[in-house]
Design a protein around this ligand. Structure first.
Ligand code: ZN
Length: 400
């Protein structure tokens, strides 16, 4: 245990110690840290404000043919809040235990990946490798609060178009098995509010047309579908979470007093629709509301829409083929999946850019956003080897 720590691990732990935690991330310190990193890897360095006080850092390593579509390595700098009383160690101390497990907010999501990109590039340069294509690294703010004021703004800038991104790599998440997962699309996310109006009156009677009965039917329909999807997932080992739809009741509102029937009850649902069901899902919702009774309506915060996917069919997309081949060379057992939640890749894919969500973290419990988030240093270091191969092969992909 007295052996010297790998400088890449030290670098990673230093990044964890910067409190870029929502809702008040210290972006000034992370920007300063990244400026030093850019110097270390010999990359051009640029800071752009997506919004006042919300900086994105862009590093660039020009390729031998800068006209070719580039490779973008994206990560976000912010992390989600913590409940320190539930942590074994201070979540911003980057404590390393005797197993080499490094504890800290952002160890999985996703400061590890940001440093792994940088360390892989450092090594590639040290070994004398050149890139045919330009490689950009973006470190963006505000992903953990939806990304609208981070990547969402960055992609709209002319400056971003000038990066000419051909392929972007971004986050996935850890895999508890020996495999690693590449995400090539995501589910359609929707928050939906159902309003059930009803006959008000004294709570002592059998009134007709009550809000409570309608709410019960709504819950039965929505959560009945939830049960069916859960069963479908459990019964078919080929299906992943991204292949089914999840529905969760998240807010119940209404009522004024225990003996007064409410004139209205509201139910909010968090819904993530798998690609195969997007086209027909709203009809289902409409039907459920109709069946629930008179006057039941629903409101969507944004429409259900099919999210863009990257083509990952063998032999059809040289970016994917190169990615998959490089993983194989690096002995990665690769699985491909639809991402069950949402990341900044949605902004890139909406621009027509191919994007793969990949976090090279296997045999690691999925602790993103959870207490005691940690990453073992060996897994972290292997991730650098994997990016070494990936960046090398992708940045040297011949024109097609
Ligand atoms: Zn993340």
């Amino acid at each position: 245990m007295s052996t010297k720590e790998d400088p890449a691990v030290t670098n990673f732990r230093n990044y964890i110690r910067i409190k870029t935690v929502q809702p008040n991330p210290d972006y000034a310190s992370s920007t300063k840290f990244l400026q030093d990193q850019a110097k270390d890897v010999g990359a051009e360095f640029l800071v752009v404000e997506c919004m006042p006080g919300k900086p994105a850092v862009i590093m660039t390593l020009p390729g031998e043919d800068p006209c070719l579509p580039s490779l973008l390595l994206n990560s976000h700098t912010d992390v989600v809040p913590v409940f320190p009383e539930h942590w074994k160690y201070d979540p911003f101390s980057a404590h390393k235990d005797e197993n080499g497990d490094i504890y800290g907010r952002g160890t999985q999501d996703m400061k590890s990946v940001g440093i792994q990109y940088l360390e892989a590039i450092k090594r590639l340069k040290k070994d004398g490798h050149k890139f045919l294509r330009t490689v950009h690294l973006t470190f963006v703010p505000e992903e953990e609060v939806g990304g609208l004021n981070g990547m969402g703004k960055l992609v709209e800038m002319d400056l971003f178009k000038r990066l000419q991104v051909g392929l972007a790599l971004d986050e996935g998440y850890s895999n508890p098995t020996n495999a690693m997962t590449a995400f090539y699309g995501q589910r359609s996310i929707c928050s939906l509010v159902v309003t059930c109006p009803g006959q008000p009156g004294h709570g002592s009677q059998f009134l007709e047309n009550t809000a409570g009965e309608k709410a019960r039917r709504i819950i039965n329909s929505f959560l009945g579908f939830r049960d069916a999807e859960e069963r479908r997932l459990k019964e078919n080992p080929d299906l992943k979470l991204g292949d089914v739809t999840t529905i969760n009741l998240t807010i119940l509102e209404g009522g004024v007093q225990f003996n007064v029937l409410p004139a209205e009850l509201k139910l909010s649902f968090d819904i993530r629709v798998c690609p195969a069901q997007v086209e027909t899902f709203e009809d289902k919702v409409r039907g459920w509301c109709k069946e629930a009774g008179e006057g039941v309506t629903y409101k969507l915060r944004e429409p259900f829409r099919q999210m863009e996917q990257m083509c990952v069919e063998e032999g059809k997309n040289p970016w994917w083929d190169t990615f998959a081949a490089a993983c194989k060379k690096a002995n990665v057992e690769l699985e491909k999946e639809i991402f069950p939640a949402s990341t900044d890749m949605k902004f890139l894919r909406a621009m027509g850019i191919d994007a793969i969500g990949f976090t090279p973290m296997n045999n690691t419990p999925r602790l993103l956003h959870d207490h005691n988030e940690y990453l073992n240093e060996k897994v972290f270091l292997r991730g650098i080897d994997i990016y070494y191969q990936l960046i090398h092969d992708l940045a040297n992909l011949k024109p097609f």
